[in-house]
Design a protein around this ligand. Structure first.
Ligand code: FAD
Length: 496
């Protein structure tokens, strides 16, 4: 790290050790970030630590959608859809650069499908659940109109289609910009800082936290702790969370491989599941899977069986596309931290969230979605502020905009432009980037957008070396570490 970013990090850790906190948040995924921003805005002295990089867990591995979840409507979960539908518009309002409205064309088939009239009613209800007004009104298309939009679509039994609206985001950027906003409001945040354990005495927790870069251990005092460790939250000492982890993967291909509009995704039905084909600049994101997962969330990797399932579904919907493994530019795998429910299939498991207070001064928050992170944070902070006896400050996170992107950070939104030396300096100096994969995977998403990233990694490592003051040995180690991380994605054969 450069002297400046090392000094900044040391100052944060020193402040965490020296000044008692009202609230320590464990986990810097989207949920922890949302809580830190809200708590700091309500005047609570707030700290947040993440054992890895911010957003390195599930919050950089999603489908990148702000969505109400049309399929949950079919399951009768109207409350959940309403909650998420309202929140998708709130996130779009507070961070327009991170919420791009996106049409979803849902083809309707004679076999295994709903009749057109039911689908039209379904998407109208979906519009109404955004408090009466979605980004744009939904509508239906005849078979002929659908074929004009999607000339490669499977025509066997096609009746027509409907179009409804959700939005595309960048999950990792949303997390980082939420953290930047939290810091602007006074929160102390530190990545590569692991919560180890805590003991409670005299009305506060003594929290043992470890700076995993320097190997240094510190003790922070906090009147309350919130466990927002996502798929790891069950393993945190004192946690009362019970999770059902499920794995999901996505693949990225060139948008030219399937004829779709740049602002219209396609909903694909596979059995009882729904997959998406999502335009992302010059690319298409295709996914996802939903299978039970029992190993360490840090080890989650894209499997060939996952890839073949996604390819099969895309090729069934677009037979003329004939997508193969060779078309894959990149991929990622993530673990959903769902509230435990062993009954039913993974896809049946509720995406609802839960906030628990199992011990004096300790809260667990789990489940939910990227889309509902702000609401989850609002509910948790309201409870914690009440417990702390803090003045009743109303939550402002639904109204106050997130910090806009910095001018020196060209990757400001959803579609990544090329990483430059200037951007790398910015990520190191102002956005807590410590390792090469922090820049390539989370600050810029460049790894997932461009097939040539592994080939360009040595050049980007040199820029990072200059920005962070690395030795040649450290630069080589960073390239090796990036290769290891990239090997969890496909095609890992293209890595250096
Ligand atoms: C395949 C897939 C697709 C999805 N698609 C969507 C979608 O399109 N839209 C949507 O709304 N939602 C989606 N989701 C759900 C959404 O991504 C998650 O609900 C959300 O990202 C969870 O965030 P989190 O903060 O709870 O967890 P995480 O992002 O995993 O954050 C938890 C953090 O805790 C840290 N941590 C762990 N242990 C410790 C410790 N001891 N000390 C300190 N820190 C620790 C980890 O390093 C991690 O950064 C999807 C999920 C998956 C897997």
């Amino acid at each position: 790290m450069s002297t400046t970013s090392t000094e900044k990090r040391q100052t944060t850790l020193q402040q965490l050790a020296e000044h008692p906190l009202d609230l320590l948040v464990i986990g810097g995924g989207i949920v922890g970030a949302g809580v830190a921003r809200d708590a700091a805005m309500r005047g609570l002295r707030t700290g947040l630590v993440d054992a890895h990089d911010f957003a390195a867990g599930t919050s950089s591995r999603s489908s990148r959608l702000l969505h109400g979840g049309l399929r949950y409507l079919e399951q009768g979960r109207v409350g959940l859809v309403h909650e998420s539908s309202v929140e998708k518009k709130v996130v779009h309002a507070i961070a327009p650069h991170l919420g791009q409205p996106l049409g979803f064309i849902f083809p309707v088939y004679k076999v295994n499908g709903r009749p057109m009239w039911q689908m039209r009613i379904g998407v109208k209800m979906y519009d109404l659940l955004c408090n009466g007004r979605n980004f744009k009104p939904s509508r239906g298309y005849t078979k002929e109109e659908t074929l004009v939009k999607l000339p490669q679509i499977n025509t066997a039994g096609l009746r027509g289609s409907v179009r409804y609206y959700d939005a595309l985001t960048s999950d990792a950027r949303l997390t980082l910009d939420t953290l930047r906003s939290a810091v602007k409001n006074g929160a102390l945040v530190s990545n590569y800082t692991r919560f180890a354990d805590a003991t409670r005495a005299a009305g506060a927790w003594a929290c043992q936290i470890e700076d995993t870069l320097a190997g240094q251990k510190i003790t922070a005092r906090a009147r309350a702790i919130l466990n927002a460790a996502g798929p790891w939250s069950e393993a945190i000492p004192h946690s009362a969370v019970k999770l059902r982890l499920t794995k999901g993967i996505h693949i990225v291909v060139d948008r030219k491989r399937v004829t779709v509009a740049e602002d219209e995704a396609v909903t694909m039905v596979e059995g009882k599941r729904i997959l998406f084909l999502i335009p992302w600049g010059e690319r298409l994101i295709i996914g996802t899977t939903d299978t039970d997962y029992d190993a360490d969330p840090a080890d989650v990797a894209v499997g060939l069986d996952d890839i073949d399932y996604v390819l099969h579904t895309a090729n069934t919907t677009f037979p003329a596309a004939r997508l193969t493994r060779d078309d894959i530019i990149s991929s990622w795998a993530g673990v959903r931290p769902l509230i435990a429910n062993r009954d039913g299939t993974p896809s049946d498991t509720s995406r609802a969230h839960q906030i628990k207070n199992p011990a004096e001064g300790w809260w667990d928050i789990a489940g939910g979605k990227l889309t509902t992170y702000r609401l989850m944070a609002e509910q948790a902070v309201t409870k914690i502020a009440k417990y702390l006896g803090a003045p009743a400050v109303p939550c402002r996170t639904a109204k106050e905009p997130l910090l806009p992107p910095a001018e020196t950070a060209p990757y400001s939104g959803i579609i990544p432009p090329p990483v430059t030396a200037e951007a790398v300096r910015h990520y190191v100096g102002h956005e807590w980037a410590v390792h090469l994969d922090d820049v390539l995977m989370r600050r810029s998403s460049w790894h997932f957008y461009h097939g040539d990233t592994p080939a360009r990694a040595p050049e980007i490592a040199q820029w990072m070396s200059a920005a962070a003051g690395w030795t040649p040995e450290r630069t080589a180690a960073e390239l090796a570490n990036y290769t290891k991380e990239a090997a969890k994605t496909y095609p890992s054969s293209k890595t250096p």
